[in-house]
Design a protein around this ligand. Structure first.
Ligand SMILES: Cc1cc2nc3c(=O)[nH]c(=O)nc-3n(C[C@H](O)[C@H](O)[C@H](O)COP(=O)(O)OP(=O)(O)OC[C@H]3O[C@@H](n4cnc5c(N)ncnc54)[C@H](O)[C@@H]3O)c2cc1C
Length: 442
């Protein structure tokens, strides 16, 4: 059935992370792509440019450590020759243990190679209608336009379609008071990629008190907040307990200043660009109003005179209930010619959106060849993410890649020591991924 309807022509909606990856991968395999992107005429509350693959918040692609899930997933993406991870490596800038990228160069490069690709026909308009006659990949992201969202809701008969997350503020480097800050990486004496802004115990408690009473943007009537833990606004964390931030984004562990002093709390700033002219406040997503951000964030001594290049904000973040709505191949049960890719499918994060997108590309290509495909096993990072979208566990919430998603045999489960068990999971995952890669056409 699947193959009978196939032509090597495909619509891709959204030139974000997932859409750009799929377009480039399928174009390389001689598919003719119509790539729809609505920006800049119609834009989202978070995107700021007309570039493809824009990173809307942090410029970090998470850890480079190959023995933790984010590092494992990136290595698998390198194994699958991901264009976007290759570009992230190419435009990486110092960022301690994370793959940090120069966002401008990254998205300009992706835009450029897509625009020059003769198999990709770029159509600069909002895509709204879902038709049964064309193969279409919807990769319109967590900020899918309203009209398209409405139509997806209609087709899927799903009301469980959105949640929130938030953007961290960006500060101009020259406005940071370095006499109240120091350069260092956590647990790393050799590198000093981060600017660390200490607070005394009293300063910390004043900060938390003001944060808790700060004005925030009101919710729209139809929206009900449902935060993804990794992107929770700081005022929400403060509400959970006065010390929550001191154990979260303001934790001082592993950070000692040049005088050998440890501090009660530390706010870390991460480089935004290679020149080091701007820094983002790590883990400081917020829904405070802009004047309140201006007031409260200045209570951090090093940011007393800070120039905020971008304030933090809060946005709708759409996803679908994948285990209920999707077939195994990531197409809609109600409309199998429509595939869902990227964050809209219920993964969470840049690398996860690229990974799920790339997987949709691999599925489409392999199905096109002969309608057979072996899905990645849940012992791999990619397979565990895929499994999260297909296994019905009752309540479905989006997830980033983490150890809890991996599945492994009894032998590994029996290992009681956590570190040793994880070591075995990583090893097993590498073996399974290599085997899987040999069994697919890519
Ligand atoms: C505010 C916010 C902050 C985030 N911060 C982080 C972070 O710091 N780190 C992290 O790892 N993840 C973060 N995420 C989560 C997620 O990783 C990113 O949103 C990621 O960009 C998702 O990739 P995507 O390809 O699915 O969607 P996107 O990259 O958003 O791409 C979707 C594209 O589709 C376009 N589009 C939408 N509707 C239509 C339409 N009808 N027709 C045509 N084009 C359309 C959009 O303009 C956009 O270009 C954040 C998400 C949000 C909403």
């Amino acid at each position: 059935m699947f193959k009978r309807n196939w032509m090597k022509t495909i619509n891709i909606v959204g030139a974000g992370l997932a859409g750009s990856e799929i377009a480039l991968q399928l174009a390389k395999r001689d598919f003719k792509i119509k790539l729809f992107e609505m920006r800049p005429e119609v834009t989202t509350p978070a995107h700021q440019s007309d570039k493809f693959a824009e990173l809307v918040c942090s410029n970090s692609f998470k850890s480079t450590n190959p023995n933790i899930p984010a590092g494992m997933l990136k290595n698998e993406l390198r194994g699958l020759k991901s264009y976007l991870i290759e570009a992230a490596d190419k435009f990486s800038i110092p960022g301690g243990n994370s793959l940090t990228v120069d966002r401008e160069k990254f998205s300009s490069y992706i835009t450029d190679i897509i625009m020059k690709n003769k198999n990709i026909n770029f159509i600069n308009k909002e895509f709204t209608e879902l038709s049964t006659s064309e193969t279409t990949v919807i990769a319109s992201g967590p900020l899918t336009s309203e009209k398209l969202s409405e139509n997806i809701i209609k087709v899927t008969e799903s009301r469980n379609f959105y949640f929130y997350d938030a953007i961290a503020p960006i500060v101009e480097a020259s406005s940071i008071d370095m006499s109240n800050a120091f350069l260092a990486n956590r647990y790393d004496t050799k590198n000093n990629d981060y600017i660390n802004c200490p607070l005394s115990e009293q300063e910390y408690h004043t900060f938390v008190k003001e944060l808790k009473s700060a004005k925030t943007f009101p919710y729209k009537e139809f929206e009900k907040p449902k935060y993804f833990d990794g992107c929770m606004p700081i005022e929400e964390m403060a509400e959970r307990g006065n010390m929550t931030l001191a154990f979260g984004p303001m934790r001082p562990v592993g950070l000692v200043d040049p005088h050998g002093k440890q501090h009660f709390a530390i706010v870390q700033l991460r480089r935004e660009n290679i020149e080091g002219t701007s820094y983002n406040i790590v883990g400081f997503q917020t829904k405070m109003t802009y004047p309140e951000q201006d007031r409260v964030l200045r209570l951090i001594p090093a940011l007393k005179d800070a120039n905020f290049l971008r304030y933090g904000s809060l946005h709708r973040n759409s996803y679908i209930n994948a285990p209920h709505l999707l077939n195994q191949d990531m197409s809609l049960k109600n409309m199998p010619n429509i595939f869902i890719a990227g964050q809209l499918s219920g993964v969470e994060g840049y690398i996860e959106s690229i990974a799920q997108g790339l997987l949709v590309g691999v599925i489409i290509y392999n199905k096109y060849l002969d309608n057979s495909f072996q899905y990645p096993p849940p012992s791999t990072a990619l397979g565990s993410l895929y499994n999260h979208l297909t296994e019905d566990k009752g309540k479905f919430v989006p997830s980033n890649i983490n150890f809890s998603l991996f599945k492994y045999g009894e032998e590994i489960s029996k290992i009681r020591n956590k570190d040793k068990r994880r070591e075995a999971v990583v090893k097993q995952s590498e073996i399974s991924f290599k085997e899987w890669l040999q069994n697919i056409r890519w």
